[in-house]
Design a protein around this ligand. Sequence first.
Ligand SMILES: [Ca+2]
Ligand SMILES: [Ca+2]
Ligand SMILES: [Ca+2]
Ligand SMILES: [Ca+2]
Length: 530
Amino acid sequence: MLRTGLFALGTLFIATCTADTLPPTGAAEQAVVNPPLPSDLNLILNAKTTVTVGAFTTVNGDVGSAGLSGSVLFDVGASQGFGAFNVLANTVTVNIQASVGHVYGNDITVNGTASQQSLGLDPATMPQVPAVTPATPGTANVSTNQNQAKQLCPGQYGAISLGVNSTLNLNGGVYHVTRLTLADGARLEPSEPVVIVVSGAMTTGIGSVIQPSTQSLNPMAAANIRIEVGGNVTLGDSNQIRAHLLATGRFTAGRSLSLTGAAWARSIAVGTNGVLGGDGVFATQAPSVPPPCNDNSACTVDTCVGGGTSVAFCRNAALPTGSSCGDGNVCNGSELCDAVGQCQPGTVQTAGTTCTDGDRCNGDETCNGFGTCQEGTPPVVDDNNACTADVCDAETGVTHIALPDGTTCNVIGTCTAGTCTAGPSSGSFSYSGTNTTSATQNTTNVDILMVAGQTLSIGTCGVEGASGVGDTYLRLFDAANNQVASNDDACGVLTFFTFTATTSGTYQVRAGCFSSSSCSGTVAFTLSGF
Ligand SMILES: [Ca+2]
Ligand SMILES: [Ca+2]
Ligand SMILES: [Ca+2]
Ligand SMILES: [Ca+2]
C-alpha cells in the first residue's frame, strides 16, 4: 500500500513538471523572489501614485512610490546622487541621460543608467504615506504686507498669507490654519520647532522660502518644520524649502526647487533643474514640539504674547532673585536665579557629601568633591545564613528575616530561631586508648552532624567539661573519610582544635593517644555558627 502511494506521488510530480510547459497559471506569475528592501531606506520623496523627477533635477536621497501600481519617473538628464541611493516603485522609468542608483521594481525601463537593478517588489512592504493630522483651524486670518516682517505665536488661525518679500517668523508650537500662501519672495521662518497643520491648500510664488530662522537660539533641522497639508501643495519656481512636508493631495514644485528634507504626498511632480536632499528621517507621525519662546534660561517664565492680526513677541519674565533653578545635581551645589533672570551655579560640595538616589539597595551615593555624584557600593544582601530570608528594600536597606523553626536548611539541618543546626550543639564523651599509633588505629569514634558554616570546637582541653590524662590525640574526618583536622598538644600534651565545615554532613572524631602510649579523657565539643 505504501509503495503504491509513493508511486502515485511520483506520477503526480512528473505530471506537474509537464504542466509547466503549458500556458502560464497563477502560480507561474511569481517569477522571482523579492529582494529585501534596503535596510537604510530613507525616502525623501514618497508618493501613493506617481513621482516625476523633472529633467536635470538632482535628488540626493531615496525616492519611492508606495502604491500598489505606483510609478517613479526620472526625466531626461535627472540624476540621483552618486549611485548610493535607491528608487522603489512598481513601475520605474529612467529616461535617456538620466542616472539613478539601485532600482527595485516590477516593471523597470532604463534608457539612461542605473547602478543596479533588482526585479521584484511588494509595494505594501514599503513605508506608506500616512494620513495627515486632522486640522482644527480658527477663523482669524493672518497676513503680512509687502516687505513687512513680523512674528506669530502658535494657535488656531484662518488663512495665513505672506505678501511679496515679507517675512513671517513662527515661534515654536502647533499651528492650525485653513490655507498657507506665500507670495513671490516671501519667507516663512520658524525660529523654534513647529508643526503646521493646514486644512486646505498650500501655495507659494516665485522664490519663496521656508526654512529655520537665522535668529534661532537653538539648532534647527528640517524635521523641526513639519507641514501637513490636507489639500494640494503647489510651489512656484526657485523655492528654497527646508522642512518635512506631508500632503493628502498633489505635491507640485516648479523649476529650480531647492528642497532639504522630505516631501510625502499622494502624487509628486518636481520641475526641472531642482536640487533635493535629505535631512533626517521623515516621521510617520507629527512630532510633539516644546512651548514657544524658550530662552534656555530656567530663571525666566517664557510666554508668547499676542499674534494674529496684532503684533506678537516673546516675553521672558525673570523669576525673583534667589529662586531655585536647580539642575537636579546636589554635588555641584544649589543653583539660584540672579536679579536679571540668569541661573547662577552653586558651591561644589565636598567629597563624601551624600547625594543619595533614595535607593539603599544600589549603595549610598556620595559626591566626589568635583561636582559629580558617584555610585555607591551595593550592600551585601546574602548573610550566608540558610535560616534567614535576605531582602533589600530601597528605603530600609538590607534585612534578614528568620525562617520559621523547623524549616530544612543545608540539606541535613533544621532552623531554630534563625539558626541552622544539624545535631546537638554541644556534647562530650569519655574514652581510654592504648597503642593507637597517634589516633590512627584502636581509636574511639564518635559522629558529629555539622551543617556548612558551623564551627566545631573540640578537645580534651579548651572546652568546658574537657579533661585528659596522658598524651591525647584527636583527628576529624569528613563523610568521605578524608582527614580535615587534627591536633596533638594544644595545651601541654592535651588536645584542642576548631574546624569550620564547608559542606554539610556527618563528621567523625577519632580519639586516641600519641604514638603507642596509653591515655584517657573526656572529649567535649561545642558547635557555633549557623
Ligand atoms: Ca525661560
Ligand atoms: Ca545642582
Ligand atoms: Ca543609592
Ligand atoms: Ca540568609
